[in-house]
Write a protein that binds this ligand. Structure first.
Ligand code: NAP
Length: 281
């Protein structure tokens, strides 16, 4: 039997509609500042999507496009100006930055209360301590999808493939906080297949097309594919061999239409939360 397809696109649309209704009840429109340095085409697409999400949710989006030769000082100066600007609730600097810029220093310059990506060390620490101000967008989107499909991680064995600061590590943390037993795998894990086969919930965020094959999946597992790779035909695809794994898993996320739209919806949620915090003092 084929797995249930976890429809992130549909759930994200419902979440965004809910945010839109809530935004109309606020005395002021929430606002997100999006900073893009250089002309990387993929980053430009991400920024356009964020602008579209903002407009669907009734969130004001101000766009700061800086030339590729922007210096670290100029970028930090803009971030500091946005930090001080009372009309701005959330600040997002699109990564990756051009190679001559120090992305970590820029992320750390964003005021933690405006850090709607939850990448600032203070917000990362808060997540670890379960005192979060904002939830990290991709892992939070995955937790919302699990909830939507009635999948409770408590007592389950979850395997996260990938240990990046933006996906793998915070994902493992949210699953742990939901009472799962979590294994984190990475490129130096010697027995990836055996580790994955033990997963009740398998989250793959390696960015390696074809990495997760059906023989790595336990029958009846929940398979979450975070990755956004390009296939030989140039189409978007994940890490998971979707057709074969669908026949083995009970639940699976498609790429596109699974985790991606949920990540975007969670950014809108965090921006709404930032506005709410500001308005409530
Ligand atoms: P990243 O920083 O490159 O991290 C990839 C992780 O996967 C690393 O920890 C790496 O291990 C591990 N890995 C790579 N090859 C592996 C292998 N063969 N076996 C086991 N582990 C392996 O990437 P990221 O930023 O976390 O993103 C991961 C993927 O998710 C990318 O495709 C990205 O485009 C996608 N993404 C999607 C969304 C969304 O909303 N859908 C959001 C963010 C990212 P090491 O640490 O040992 O190198």
């Amino acid at each position: 039997m084929s797995a249930v397809v976890m429809d992130g696109k549909a759930l994200a649309a419902r979440i965004k509609e809910h945010i839109r209704v809530n935004c109309t009840k606020l005395p002021q429109t929430p606002s997100l500042a999006v900073v893009l340095v250089g002309d990387d085409p993929a980053s430009a697409v991400y920024v356009r999507n964020k602008e579209r999400d903002c407009s669907e949710c009734g969130i004001a989006c101000s766009d700061y496009r800086l030339p590729v030769e922007t210096t670290q000082e100029e970028l930090l100066c803009l971030v500091n100006r946005l930090n001080r600007d009372k009309r701005i609730d959330g600040i997002l600097v699109q990564m990756p930055l051009p190679a001559h810029l120090n992305g970590q220093q820029v992320l750390e310059a964003i005021a933690p209360e405006k850090d709607v990506d939850a990448f600032h060390p203070e917000n990362v620490g808060r997540i670890l301590l379960e005192r979060e101000r904002y939830l990290p967008c991709t892992p939070a989107g995955i937790m919302a999808l699990l909830r939507e499909y009635g999948i409770d991680p408590a007592g389950k064995h979850c395997v996260v493939v990938g240990r990046s600061n933006i996906v793998g590590k915070p994902m493992a943390m949210l699953l742990l906080h939901a009472d799962a037993t979590v294994t984190i795998c990475h490129s130096r894990t010697p027995d990836l297949r055996e580790q994955c086969r033990r997963a009740d919930i398998l989250v793959s965020a390696a960015g390696r097309r074809g990495l997760v094959t059906a023989d790595m999946v336990k029958p009846g597992a929940v398979v979450i594919d975070v990755a956004m790779n390009r296939g030989e035909d140039g189409r978007l695809c994940g890490d998971v061999d979707y057709a074969a794994v669908s026949e083995k898993a009970d639940y699976i996320t498609p790429v596109p239409g699974g985790v991606g739209p949920m990540t975007r919806a969670m950014l809108m949620e965090n921006t709404y939360k930032a506005a709410l915090r500001r308005l409530n003092g």
